[in-house]
Design a protein around this ligand. Structure first.
Ligand code: GLU
Length: 417
């Protein structure tokens, strides 16, 4: 599969949307480039006393609508181009669901499975120390992403608060409830995936209880999406992770698979499945809904010609290349874009931040209701633009909505100095 640079994918998506938006070329250049990127080398002591270095990044892409917002991932594939792309996607994600944030993203290039918990803590605190001057409750607010979670967010909060000699839980979101985390945050990404699938079935006047679903990736986003979509009455017939895919034409017990993965580390080997498949086979299965919930570039143009799903809901960020998008649009496969489908995570991060600032907590029911309200409103904005304008696909429709929001904020602010 040809290497696709995710930053070039972001720029292409923005150019595609710009064709339907009143934006000057200079302004488009500004919207296509990050405002600031921190690239740093962390030096961390390992358990055996040796020193190891790690490449780490934080990109602050655009702050026209509010503080930079976005996760931090730990993965061997982390690169400057990837972090820049992911931070740009956050800008348009926050604008799509209309929450008052710009976009940012960070990452450390490492495979966390190779390090002890104590080493991961020292690596995280070293990164938090580098980030301290850049982040802040009104400046830039990190959150979990691939291979990070409550534990890492608690450490970042603690490092920041210790160095700043203050209490400021809203400097980072996705924390454990005891550290100021919100009810419903862990499930939020998967919940928005479920909500957009439900809305799409309503929009196309189809019955979700007749639907079959395949989910690629069984981390936090994929496994929660699988559970909640199966709660709607659909059959989740296949799921996968980096070890491979499992299939049961009658539908898998998604919760049991999650427990199996928690115990063994992978979905393969689960004995409630009828067969094991490759990830490639899962992505081209004859299902109604495909949920890519792993990393970028899972589906390129070649693979897109073999996709047999009718609807794709992007739980991952950037799982389709721009060329794949074109192939799928020609083949009438509807893609619910990442900037809407997985926006539940950052939306509940926003609720967490609001609660932290008010020193007040909401019930899970309130969180889920407010989340549903914002996601369904954004879905309606998408379909309204899709119908009113001659855009090629749902992604461009959502970008047009989001780009107009970013542009009006930029326009009202004017140019400084
Ligand atoms: N990492 C998540 C995303 O890609 C969540 C970001 C956040 O909560 O700030 O949307």
């Amino acid at each position: 599969m040809a290497e696709v640079n995710p930053f070039e994918s972001l720029q292409e998506q923005l150019s595609d949307a710009a064709a339907y938006v009143d934006v000057e070329p200079g302004m488009l250049d500004r919207l296509q480039s990050p405002e600031r990127v921190l690239e740093t080398t962390l030096s961390v002591e390992m358990d055996d006393g040796s020193i190891e270095t790690f490449e780490a990044y934080r990109s602050q892409f655009n702050g026209d609508r509010g503080p930079y917002k976005g996760g931090i991932r730990y993965h061997p594939q982390v690169s400057r181009a990837e972090v820049k792309a992911l931070s740009g996607w956050m800008v348009y994600k926050c604008a799509a669901v209309n929450i008052p944030y710009g976009g940012g993203k960070g990452g450390i290039k490492l495979d966390p499975r190779q390090y002890s918990d104590a080493e991961i803590e020292r690596i995280t605190r070293a990164f938090a120390t580098e980030l301290r001057p850049l982040i802040g409750v009104d400046k830039d607010i990190p959150a979990p992403d691939v291979n990070t979670g409550q534990r890492e967010m608690n450490w970042i909060k603690d490092t920041y608060e210790t160095l700043e000699d203050t209490t400021e839980p809203g400097v980072v979101t996705g924390k454990a409830p005891e550290s100021g985390g919100s009810a419903g945050r862990v499930e939020a990404t998967g919940r928005s995936v479920m909500l957009v699938v439900r809305e799409a079935f309503e929009y196309f006047d189809r019955d979700i209880t007749d639907a079959t679903v395949a989910v690629q990736g069984y981390g936090n986003a994929g496994s929660v999406a699988a559970n909640l979509i199966s709660d709607l009455g659909a059959d989740v017939v296949a799921v996968s992770d980096s070890s491979g895919a499992i299939h049961d034409p009658d539908g898998l017990d998604t919760q049991a698979v999650k427990e199996f993965k928690r115990e063994t580390g992978s979905v393969t080997g689960y004995d409630g499945a009828t067969e094991e498949l490759s990830n490639q086979e899962l992505l081209t299965m004859d299902v109604d809904v495909l949920v890519p919930a792993a990393l970028e570039n899972a589906i390129d143009a070649d693979l897109a010609t073999d996709v047999r799903a009718d609807i794709i809901a992007e739980a991952a960020n950037g799982p389709l290349t721009p060329d794949a998008d074109e192939v799928l649009a020609d083949r009438n496969v509807h893609v619910i874009p990442d900037i809407l489908a997985n926006a539940g995570g950052v939306t509940v991060s926003y609720f967490e931040w609001v609660q932290n600032r008010q020193r007040f907590s909401w019930t899970e029911q309130r969180v889920n209701e407010e989340l549903e309200r914002l996601i369904t409103a954004a879905f309606d904005d998408l379909t309204e633009t899709y119908e009113a304008r001659d855009v090629p696909n749902f992604r461009t429709a959502m970008y047009v909505v989001a780009m107009n929001r970013v542009l009006s904020a930029a326009d009202e602010a004017g140019v400084f100095p």
